[in-house]
Design a binder for this molecule. Structure first.
Ligand code: CYC
Length: 161
C-alpha cells in the first residue's frame, strides 16, 4: 500500500533531493485536509452498518434481484452482497485516509471482475450500488469528504467497468 507522503518522498529520495515546490504544495494540501479525512473515517466507523443498509435500500432492495432467480437470493448470496459492500466501504475509507488508491488495486480489484463474471454477479448492479453509496456517504460525512470518498468509489467502479 502507498500513501501520499511516501509517494512524494520516495521519488525525491531516489534523486537524492529535497521535495520540490510542487511536492511540498501537494503535501501541504494533504495535511490541511487531514482532520477532514479523520473526521469522516470516524463517522464511517461508527455508522458503517447504517450506511450499508441505506445503500442497499436505495439501490438493490426493492427489485427482482432479491427474489428467487436474482443474484441476491437466497440469504447466503444476500449476505455475500452486504459483505462485498462492506469491503468497498472499508477499503475506500482506507484509501481516502491515505489519499492514495493503490490499496484498492491490491486488495479489492485484483481479480474481482473475473470473479463476478464467473459467479454471474451482475456488475451493472454492483456499480449502481457503489453510486448509491456515494450519495449516502455525502449525506453522512458532508460534501467535501463525500467528494473525496467518491474518488475512491469511482476507482472501484472504473476497475469493474
Ligand atoms: C461473491 N464476492 C464474492 C466472492 C468474492 C467477492 C471473492 C466469491 C467468494 C465468496 O462468495 O465469498 C468479493 N472478496 C471479495 C472482495 C474482497 C474479497 C471485494 C476484497 C476484500 O476478499 N450480488 C449482487 C449484488 C452484489 C452481489 C449486486 C452486491 C453489491 O447481486 C455480490 N458477491 C456477491 C454475491 C456473491 C459474491 C451475491 C456470491 C455469488 C455466488 O456464490 O453465487
Amino acid at each position: 500500500m502507498k500513501d501520499t507522503i511516501t509517494s512524494l518522498i520516495n521519488p525525491a529520495d531516489e534523486k537524492g533531493s529535497y521535495l520540490d515546490a510542487a511536492a511540498l504544495d501537494q503535501l501541504n494540501r494533504y495535511f490541511q485536509s487531514g482532520s477532514m479525512r479523520v473526521k469522516a473515517a470516524k463517522t464511517i466507523s461508527s455508522s458503517a452498518s447504517s450506511i450499508i443498509s441505506k445503500t442497499v435500500a436505495s439501490s438493490l432492495l426493492y427489485g427482482d434481484i432479491t427474489l428467487p432467480g436474482g443474484n441476491m437470493y437466497p440469504t447466503r448470496r444476500y449476505a455475500a452482497c452486504l459483505r462485498d459492500l462492506t469491503y468497498f466501504l472499508r477499503y475506500a475509507t482506507y484509501a481516502m485516509l491515505a489519499a492514495d488508491a493503490s490499496i484498492l488495486d491490491e486488495r479489492v480489484l485484483n481479480g474481482l471482475k473475473e470473479t463476478y463474471i464467473t459467479l454471474g454477479v451482475p456488475i451493472d448492479r454492483v456499480i449502481e450500488a457503489l453510486n448509491a453509496m456515494k450519495e449516502v456517504l455525502t449525506d453522512s460525512v458532508g460534501t467535501e469528504a463525500g467528494q473525496e470518498l467518491g474518488v475512491y468509489l469511482d476507482h472501484i467502479i472504473a476497475g469493474l467497468s
